[in-house]
Design a binder for this molecule. Structure first.
Ligand code: SF4
Ligand code: SF4
Length: 317
């Protein structure tokens, strides 16, 4: 029988074999401080129309309520930084969305890992989450020592930057916890705050989603963008990477190793006018397995209109 340390090492080795770049462990406890921060953020209205974030609040801040008997939260990082670059004539799309839907890719790997753990360790309860509303993934990443929540609101790994998906596996298996990350390496830098085209970073690590291009181009389901948005969207059609692009910690980013995250060919080839000409049917077929499908064809067409700004209208303040 393995010691808990040996079991943790075995899990980390399996995670690496499944393509995860990092895997670390924290004890499953209630996230008191994070609960207060989340509550303040929601009460400030910064969540916009994402009302679902208010639901099941108690489950979100306590993994033991989400997975009864939970003892450990295992957090994984998977790099998505692409080797390719978007051609000049293509509308801008956040890098995380260039390949296959990461929810499916990562969920499948988490399920494989859970099966392997059960086969090796025995009857354990576990549930995997990826970019999922019920779990405060960045908080778990910090608690398990993977990095800090930076001024742009992203988790930054000190050696690998921020172009990562974060996933968690909550389990009733008791495992030795890794040391938390206790420092903040943003220092006096304000590049992300200064560069954000819409002023969405209202204070360090606090993003007002209602102003954020990422939220506006993906989550907002209104037929039209807020007034003046077309002058501030910096030509982003889906998502926004500005606050990651300017971050000095991302000079360490290196290309991912996942074939599933290779760009859908059309992302690298379609010009703005070709995107505008895509029919709903063509869009559905081409982007069926892509995160871009989340915005739906109508949302993409609305976003394209905002890119095609009429420069005769003065920018609103
Ligand atoms: S994603 Fe873009 S709009 Fe949102 S905070 Fe970052 S830079 Fe600003
Ligand atoms: S750009 Fe500067 S302030 Fe912003 S996240 Fe990166 S290091 Fe922190």
């Amino acid at each position: 029988m393995r010691t808990p340390d040996a079991t943790a090492s075995w899990i980390k080795a399996r995670a690496a074999a499944l393509g995860f770049d990092e895997c670390r462990i924290a004890k499953a406890v209630m996230l008191e401080d994070d609960a207060h921060r989340l509550e303040d953020w929601l009460h400030s209205g910064y969540g916009g129309t994402m009302n679902y974030l208010e639901r099941h609040f108690d489950l979100r801040v306590d993994p033991r309520k989400l997975v009864p008997g939970a003892k450990s939260v295992i957090t994984f990082l998977m790099n998505y930084f692409p080797a390719e670059t978007l051609p000049e004539q293509a509308p801008k799309i956040a890098r995380y969305a260039w390949g296959k839907d990461y929810h499916e890719v990562i969920r499948e790997r988490l399920n494989i890992l859970l099966d392997q753990m059960r086969a090796e360790i025995g009857d354990i309860t576990g549930r995997g989450f990826v970019d999922s509303a019920p779990v405060l993934e960045r908080s778990w990443a910090v608690r398990s020592g993977l990095g800090w929540v930076a001024k742009n609101g992203n988790l930054i790994h000190p050696k690998k930057g921020s172009y990562f998906f974060i996933a968690t596996l909550i389990t009733d298996l008791e495992l030795p916890e890794d040391a938390p990350f206790q420092t903040d390496h943003c220092g006096t830098c304000t590049r992300c705050i200064d560069a954000c085209p819409t002023g969405a970073i209202v204070s360090p690590a606090v993003v007002d989603a209602r102003k954020c291009i990422s939220y506006l181009t993906i989550e907002l389901k209104e037929a039209a963008m807020p007034t003046g948005f077309e002058h501030r969207n910096d030509d982003w059609m889906f998502g926004c990477d500005v606050c990651q692009e300017v971050c000095p910690w991302n000079r360490f980013s290196s290309p991912h190793r996942q074939s599933e995250f290779l760009p859908v060919p059309e992302i690298l080839s379609l010009s703005t006018s070709e995107w505008e000409q895509l029919t709903e049917d063509q869009f559905r077929k081409t982007f069926r397995d892509s995160p871009i499908s989340r915005a739906k064809w109508k949302g993409i067409q609305r976003n394209l209109k905002a890119i095609r700004k009429d420069d005769s209208i003065p920018p609103s303040s």
